[in-house]
Design a protein around this ligand. Structure first.
Ligand code: B1M
Length: 209
């Protein structure tokens, strides 16, 4: 069934994806296993095909939308974390970047782990991150970027937080496929996650949980 689900995400077949996700959950497959062993590998295949020119933007969009539907189906089964709040995380994809599947996954797992999450969406400007920090007083600001061209927005936002006198009031976490631990250190972030699970562990460590 995992292979069928993976193929249905690649094909962008929403109805089949929802039905198979529900069926696997009903059979007792842990939501995390559905995610790690069927859904995430599907996006890797889609990325490889995009790179090799085997598939084009409309097809990738279809797979991405289907992936979001699968995540929506999984969400209630993953949000089984501690009930006490570990604090607030403001999270967004940086300006100029539309990729949000990974960021939403990180947001979902943070919520499941007991954080309050304010998800600012995609294309979030430095000014919007600052505004959200002033409004929500988060413990952590999380930035996601999937494009090498949008990575510099992370440093710009960190600089803007410093210039506004807000940098010491929040921890900053960064992530996304092109981000590395070394890059996170280079831009002055406090934390980095190679994947959503590692992001949650790092976020917990940052708030001393
Ligand atoms: Co885009 N795209 N895309 N794309 N896309 C990539 C990223 C690319 C690698 C594809 C490729 O060439 N193989 C390539 C980037 C190359 C580069 O910069 N080096 C690329 C490109 C070039 C583009 C366009 C420029 C294409 C074009 O128009 N010519 C364009 C840019 C649009 C823009 O943003 N301005 C574009 C558009 C799109 C779609 C809109 C079609 C769609 C996005 C839909 C959406 O997100 N709603 C799309 C998709 C789907 C992809 C791929 C295929 C899949 C991304 C994904 O969802 N992965 C991607 C190829 C790939 O990555 N294999 C590709 C699954 C997701 C779960 O993983 O996002 O890495 P990921 O998140 C992980 C970790 O990175 C980490 O945890 C997550 C979960 O484990 N993580 C964090 C993420 N954020 C974190 C934050 C944290 C901590 C951890 O702390 C805050």
């Amino acid at each position: 069934m995992k292979e069928q689900l993976q193929q249905a995400v690649i094909d962008g077949n929403e109805d089949v994806v929802i039905a198979l996700t529900q069926a696997m959950l009903a059979m007792g497959t842990p939501a995390r296993e559905v995610l790690d062993e069927a859904l995430l590998p599907a996006m890797t295949v889609v990325g490889d095909r995009m790179r090799s020119g085997e598939c084009f933007i409309p097809e990738v969009l279809l797979s991405a939308r289907t992936m979001q539907k699968a995540l929506d189906t999984l969400r209630p089964h993953m949000a089984e974390g501690e009930s006490a709040s570990l604090g607030t995380v403001v999270i967004g994809t940086v300006e100029g970047d539309l990729h949000d599947i990974g960021k939403n996954l990180v947001a979902m797992l943070l919520q499941g782990a007991g954080f309050e999450v304010v998800n600012l969406g995609t294309g979030v400007t430095s000014a919007a991150f600052l505004e959200a920090v002033r409004t929500h007083h988060p413990s952590i600001v999380g930035m996601s970027a999937l494009l090498t061209t949008t990575l510099p927005r992370m440093k710009e936002t960190i600089n803007a937080l410093t210039d506004a006198g807000l940098r010491d009031s929040v921890k900053v976490m960064v992530g996304g496929a092109p981000v590395t631990e070394a890059y996170a250190a280079e831009v002055g972030a406090d934390g980095y996650g190679a994947n959503a699970g590692m992001a949650v562990e790092r976020a917990k460590a940052l708030v001393g949980a």
